[in-house]
Write a protein that binds this ligand. Structure first.
Ligand SMILES: [Zn+2]
Length: 479
């Protein structure tokens, strides 16, 4: 056996896990055994076989997706790519997307509600079919990236609207002609690339995803892939925190009459550096100073540092926050300033289910996806915040749509040529096929629900195990 073969055998024997640290893997051992048993009992390969078998009715739906794409939606995707708008001001893009939905029988409600009422470019578009069926949810994103020269669609969110709409309209038309019960809910979610605010989390708190029994979305990708089942996130659990210091201004030559907020921010960075060695090494704590005074001859009376604090799990992340928040309090105390701690956003583990991801992956291959990665990626939710994907089962459709990495001008350019156009159509067709299966097979819906509920329960068990693991040392009073 060559060492390469040995490595391949070894990799096949080790389940792909979201657990990134030895401590997490130890805490997750029993949970992962139970998850493997759950997956085995679902027999996902059998669902893949039966659902992707020939079906005239499904083929009619996916042919309609292609028709809509070729007629209008590819052009709309190109148009949005050429008119990039950054998060929360995607007015033109949203106008075009909602106009198309209205013209195809959807009822559109603009703007967020409740906790999400500040989101002017959020929307919900609903097609109500016969009562008693599942809610088929499609998430759309449309914000561009903030570039140094200009806004740009380097993550191809410009295509997500047209892709999701092609699937949503085709499936709504199917429900209408077949009298199959069910609703289609298209949820427009602004500012994916920005926080604050965390748009999806606020919209979820406002109940804007209510009624959806499944949620799907597409996303650009340099390769065709899907996640393994389980809980996790692409990029660790994140707390976005602003430390806002206020001091008192005075002349530089009489600085004793003032209190220096910038010095407090500098202390904050130093205080955090001084405890890094007592924090587990997988943490990523990085901040920028967004406000640090206006002039060298005036003592800065306001300074702000903005941090992303990351850890592979949210349980230990809480302990890290105690370190960083205390570092800020200590900085304020020692400089005679005051600090406000604004935890403006958080991203958390989501849940991925094989019943949806494996069927979706098989369809992406069936519709001609390129650059297929055969091994599943680590488990992760289908949206970035984890808040929605841990409450409602769903899937992300990521077929190969660019020869460039995410967040590049190359990926934007690819949205306008064959590699992008083909990938988008694959996503739209695969998405419609999964929605069709979900709408028409109660046993499939039950399996998705059983897998999702099972993994969610195990996620709770895993977090409980972590809570027991991460002990805080006892520090005695000094004698
Ligand atoms: Zn993105």
């Amino acid at each position: 056996m060559t060492s390469r073969c040995f490595l391949a055998v070894l990799l096949a024997a080790v389940p792909l896990m979201a657990q990134e640290t030895p401590t997490e893997r130890e805490a997750a051992r029993q949970v992962l055994e139970k998850m493997a048993a759950l997956e085995k009992s679902l027999d996902v390969p059998a669902f893949v076989r039966t659902l992707t078998a020939p079906s005239a009715e499904r083929d009619r739906v996916t042919a309609r997706v292609k028709e809509l794409w070729d007629q209008d939606l590819q052009a709309l995707s190109d148009d949005i790519t050429r008119h990039p708008e950054i998060g929360f001001v995607e007015k033109r893009s949203v106008e075009k997307l909602t106009a198309y939905l209205k013209a195809h029988g959807f009822e559109v409600k603009m703007g967020g509600t409740g906790p999400a009422s500040s989101l002017d470019t959020a929307f919900i578009a609903t097609y109500k079919g016969a009562p008693g069926g599942p809610g088929l949810g499609v998430i759309l994103e449309y914000d561009a990236l903030r570039g140094t020269q200009r806004a740009f669609h380097g993550d191809q969110h410009s295509s997500q609207g047209p892709v999701g709409i092609a699937a949503a309209v085709a499936i709504a038309e199917y429900l209408a002609r077949s009298k199959q019960p069910g609703n289609v809910i298209v949820i427009g979610t602004p500012g994916e690339e920005m926080m604050p605010p965390n748009a999806k989390t606020l919209m979820h708190q406002a109940g804007m995803f209510a009624g959806a029994d499944i949620l799907v979305r597409s996303h650009s990708s340099p390769a065709t892939r899907r996640p393994a089942p389980g809980f996790g996130t692409c990029c660790m659990n994140i707390d976005g925190v602003k430390y806002i210091f206020s001091g008192a201004p005075s002349h530089q030559l009489q600085a004793w009459d003032g209190r220096n907020a910038l010095e407090a921010v500098i202390h904050l960075f130093e205080n955090i550096d001084s405890v890094r060695s007592n924090i587990r090494p997988e943490a990523r704590i990085q901040g920028v100073i967004t406000e640090g005074g206006a002039a060298p001859n005036v003592v800065p009376d306001r300074a702000v540092a903005d941090f992303y604090i990351r850890y592979p799990d949210e349980v230990y992340l809480k302990q890290i926050r105690e370190f960083t928040d205390n570092a800020a309090r200590a900085a304020a105390l020692s400089t005679g300033t005051k600090v406000k701690i604004d935890n403006y956003g958080q991203d958390r583990d989501g849940i991925s289910v094989a019943t949806l991801d494996e069927v979706g992956f098989a369809y992406m291959k069936m519709f001609g996806a390129g650059k297929v990665v055969p091994e599943p990626a680590k488990p992760q939710g289908y949206e970035e915040t984890g808040s929605v994907s841990r409450d409602i089962p769903g899937a992300e459709f990521s077929s190969y749509s660019s020869n460039f990495p995410n967040h590049t001008y190359g990926m934007e350019a690819d949205a306008l040529i064959d590699v992008g156009h083909h990938g988008f159509l694959v996503d739209a067709q695969a998405m419609a096929a999964v929605l069709f299966d979900f709408a028409t097979h109660p046993d499939y819906r039950a399996a998705v629900k059983r897998e999702f509920t099972g993994i969610k329960e195990l996620f709770g068990e895993y977090q409980e195990a972590l809570r027991k693991t991460y002990r805080v040392p006892e520090v005695p009073e000094p004698k």
